[in-house]
Design a protein around this ligand. Structure first.
Ligand code: FAD
Ligand code: SF4
Length: 511
């Protein structure tokens, strides 16, 4: 670093979630006039409680990315600084670039601070569209439609993306298999067979070990532990994780997409989100690999379409929504839920078996799959009236794939419906009957999933019916909630009272 610093006309700043294999600002023909800067800053990491495995993943991936760029002939200024601005200021002072180039940040706050950098550092800043998201091109088009009063729902967004990128389409533009969606085939509970292949692990190399030691030293009070860290941290390893999923788990992904199991926490999920979210994998390459598996006959359509919908549909849709709804998104509280987050979210110590399993696993590993996030954790938080902001922060701190752009729409929007039904079209709520059908948690629980009231009754039941009673009028107005609200007609006055009292007793004890 340093000796020939002034020969560079421009510097490319790369954030830790932009470690793209095909970074649009890194044209090899320009590596004599552009240097690259990456900044490792702990001030923000310390101010939050991010899972230690996540911090380890991002920093190790950044250091490996810097090494790979150096090997490819780039001059890389990798700075360890207390604050991000301090690091960047030091870079500008030493390298004196005429311009600082960067991709727009995925997170709203980071993007706002990018706009202010020019003034702070007294250097010209050039922001380019973030190519890590495929929907960037759709932003203005869809926004214009919404402004004219047409509400965009996931399904329409997803179909438009399939058409735009030519994914799973026949020659005439119709969807392969005659339908856009195969959800009806994707709701099997898991009964122990087929046995999923265990995810692949990577032993930490010297770079990763140094990072993990630093994480334990710099943020000892963050969530989790770095012990047993085995995540992919390089592009090559990320591609191995992708291969492993496409070959061994994708074929059964669809059928068991909604299943939950205490014995098999990953089941047939991909574990790709931590890698996708920092750029080691790009969404379109993942989508093309899955599509190819269908065309090669190695994975069925219900699995391939279901998986592609998560990435080309949901992932892009939540990003798009987030940028439309920030900055007020995080303050939304449609159900006026004011209960603090129960302490067991930080320890896992609760008698409710499903919550205990999922929370303990998240605190240990930083992972649980989608249905556990939605139908166990958020379902509970919504029915129990827990403050959306507190739930959002817990998710942001606890998961290894957590970033504001993906957590906020999924928690405030989809999980808690605190946005009044913008991200999702209905609140995702369920009683114990759903958890009992889709998981093996209830068998090992001290509560009885089938009872609504009484000492042994599962709290999810009273909370569910209590929620329907409390918000009956609003829910009745939502066509997708019809069947839930109709169920109320089976509850006579006395039962309604018992349910409400049971819920009240449970909530009073919740601390
Ligand atoms: C309350 C809640 C919180 C969530 N928090 C996060 C988060 O912090 N980070 C995160 O990446 N995802 C989050 N999700 C979405 C989803 O649960 C995870 O992406 C998924 O569980 C990651 O595991 P996987 O890679 O094994 O996913 P798979 O089930 O294998 O799905 C494949 C990929 O699809 C994408 N995907 C699927 N669903 C969504 C979705 N709703 N939004 C965005 N991407 C999606 C992910 O990139 C994922 O890797 C959240 C969902 C809910 C309901
Ligand atoms: S009985 Fe209720 S609390 Fe226990 S595992 Fe089932 S749903 Fe969860």
């Amino acid at each position: 670093m340093g000796t020939n610093a002034k020969q560079f006309i421009e510097s490319v700043l790369i954030f830790g979630d932009q470690l793209l294999p095909h970074h649009p600002l890194l044209d090899p023909a320009q590596n004599r006039e552009r240097s690259v800067v990456l900044i490792e800053s702990f001030s923000r990491i310390r101010s939050l409680r991010y899972h230690k495995q996540k911090v380890g993943l991002v920093l190790s991936a950044m250091r490996h990315y810097a090494e790979a760029l150096r090997a490819a002939g780039w001059t890389v200024d990798y700075r360890e600084a207390d604050s991000f601005t301090d690091g960047l200021r030091a870079h500008v002072k030493e390298f004196q670039p005429r311009r600082l180039l960067m991709l727009e940040a995925a997170e709203w706050r980071a993007r706002q601070s990018q706009y202010a950098l020019s003034r702070k550092l007294n250097v010209e800043i050039i922001l380019s569209p973030n190519t890590h998201f495929l929907c960037e091109q759709r932003l203005s088009e869809e926004k214009a439609k919404e402004t004219s009063g047409k509400k965009l729902i996931l399904e329409n967004f997803y179909r438009a993306m399939r058409k735009q990128f030519g994914v799973l389409l026949e020659k005439d533009g119709s969807p392969v298999g005659g339908a856009w969606n195969f959800d009806a085939e994707n709701r099997k509970p898991y009964k122990g067979k087929p046995v999923p292949r265990a995810p692949i692990n990577f032993s930490p190399d010297a770079i990763t070990q140094a990072v993990l030691e630093k994480v334990e030293r710099e943020c000892p009070d963050n969530i989790g532990s770095t012990t047993g860290f085995s995540l992919a941290v390089t592009r090559e390893q990320a591609l191995q994780v992708l291969d492993d999923f496409i070959t061994h788990r994708l074929p059964n992904f669809g059928a068991y997409e909604d299943a939950m199991s205490a014995r098999e926490p990953v089941l047939f999920h991909s574990l790709l989100s931590p890698l996708l979210n920092i750029g080691l994998l790009e969404p379109l390459e993942v989508i093309r690999r899955a599509e190819a598996a269908y065309h090669d006959g190695t994975a069925p359509l219900n699995s391939v379409e279901g998986f592609i919908r998560q990435i080309l549909g949901w992932r892009e849709y939540v990003y798009w929504r987030y940028h439309q709804m920030m900055p007020s998104f995080q303050e939304m509280n449609h159900w006026q839920a004011e209960r603090p987050l129960p302490a067991f979210f930080w320890t896992g110590e609760t008698e409710m078996n499903c919550l205990r399993h999922v929370i303990t696993r998240v605190l240990e590993t930083g992972y649980s799959h989608h249905i556990e996030r939605l139908m166990v954790l958020c379902n509970f938080a919504l029915l129990a009236g827990i403050q959306p902001r507190a739930v959002n922060e817990w998710f942001l701190d606890s998961y290894i794939d957590a970033y504001d752009w993906v957590v906020t729409p999924n928690v405030i929007g989809m999980g808690l419906c605190a946005d009044g039904g913008v991200v999702g079209t209905k609140p995702y709520i369920a009683s114990a009957a759903y958890i009992n059908k889709m998981s093996d948690y209830c068998g090992g629980c001290q509560y009885d999933a089938k009872q609504r009231t009484g000492e042994a009754a599962c709290p999810f039941n009273a909370l569910y019916w209590n929620f329907l009673l409390r918000f009956e009028k609003q829910l009745r107005a939502n066509p997708r909630m019809g069947p839930n609200v109709l169920g109320l007609k089976h509850l006579d006055e006395a039962e309604r009272k018992r349910v409400q009292q049971q819920a009240q007793r449970f909530l009073e004890k919740l601390a």
